[in-house]
Design a protein around this ligand. Sequence first.
Ligand code: FAD
Length: 446
Amino acid sequence: MNKKTVQKNKMHVAIIGGGMAGLSAAAALAEEGIQISLFEAGPHFGGRARSVAIEFNSQTFQVDNGQHILLGAYEETLKLLAKVGVDEKTAFLRLPLALNMLSARNKQNFKLNCANFLPHPFNQLLGFLFCQGLSFSERISAILFMARLKKISYRLSSDEPLKNFLLKNGQSHLIINVLWEPLCLAALNTPIELASSKVFLNVLRDAFSYHKTDSDFLLPKLDLSQILSTPIARYLQTKDAHLYTNKRIRNIQPSQNGFQVSTRLETLEFSHVIIATAARKLKELTADLPKLDFVTSQTEQYDDQPIYTIYLQYPNTTVLAQPMLGLVGSTSQWVFDRGQLCGQHGLMAVVISAQGKHQKLSQDMLALKVAQELHHVFPHLQKPLWHKVIAEKRATFSCSVNLPRPANLTPYPNLFLAGDYTYADYPATIEGSVRSGLACANLILK
Ligand SMILES: Cc1cc2nc3c(=O)[nH]c(=O)nc-3n(C[C@H](O)[C@H](O)[C@H](O)COP(=O)(O)OP(=O)(O)OC[C@H]3O[C@@H](n4cnc5c(N)ncnc54)[C@H](O)[C@@H]3O)c2cc1C
């Protein structure tokens, strides 16, 4: 056995948290033959990207805790899924960038279709030039704005709220309402008045500045657990990883050979630890790791933003013109036709990102309001047969201006932080989580 193999054999990495960050770290380490134990507090892996079962009339429907969208630019997520055997075509509907934003107030709709027959970036240029719902000067201002961003490599020397930045750069209130604000809410889940311009530009950079397919939308055709956590967990089992659900870690203490990690019933010894929980869980886990106090003092200040998904079941012959449509000027922001996506005919998923007045409504009142809004825009959508609201009140951290984002490395050798909040380039996304997990694994493998 060579020295490297002996070292690897001595390593045993505890990964705390079985969301996408923990699963990605686990897959990268297990692939290299490192012994890992993955602890998940909940009954299933997947964290904030998972499927849930809802019941109606003694029928069970598998839906997601929130409709997720991936981008073509989510390179590491797509690589991870390919590695664990997920066939992209079975898992996702890949749609080239097209936005169809319908106005609830019967004003003009906004339509952006990129010219897919042209190479990048002419496909976008033509898309913006001929988009519907904006005046000629607004279209030109959008093109000039994108050109300016490219010129500055999508980098800003200082951060500021996205709305200010857009207004300063000649974007009219109309373009903001129909284009930038919906994209900001979808990508950052943060109100445009608070959202970080720097992080928004990072997302634009990765979606718009490299390859034509980076801006593709990937819409899940199966439930999220079938696409994400289940195949990754299956892969980990083939690598002899130790996988635990319903096992909450309560405490981590430095020890002579690494760390002691405790559940309610037992204490186990590991050479390395990756904490891959959401930011808000960090403090309770690290009470005996005082050198991390500066990190928890930062993450404790994070605000959370909600995402509400309202599932409305219509007769199963009901279809929308497209699988994904945007709504402007209403409480509802996006509507997904799950019949076209997952074969759940007549089931619509309406998404409302970030904080807002809708949080004050009861779930039934909210479903009623959303159903009325849909009926107004799509008159053929009459009264839904049933509804279910999934309110993820702490869906993501608020990706606000100058938010401090901790590094993966910590002052404790062999203790690392993963999770969407540690991948500073991105808002809370699956890709950010996957990259953070990979970064921790790479630090260990080094
Ligand atoms: C409704 C909704 C819609 C979203 N839409 C999108 C989207 O369209 N596109 C996109 O890219 N992203 C989207 N996101 C964001 C994305 O889901 C998250 O950024 C990502 O899943 C976070 O993964 P994570 O591993 O960093 O954290 P988490 O998923 O929070 O995983 C952390 C895990 O740690 C576990 N844990 C916590 N404490 C302990 C403990 N003490 N011991 C053991 N385990 C513990 C938790 O149970 C959890 O499973 C959405 C999120 C939500 C909620």
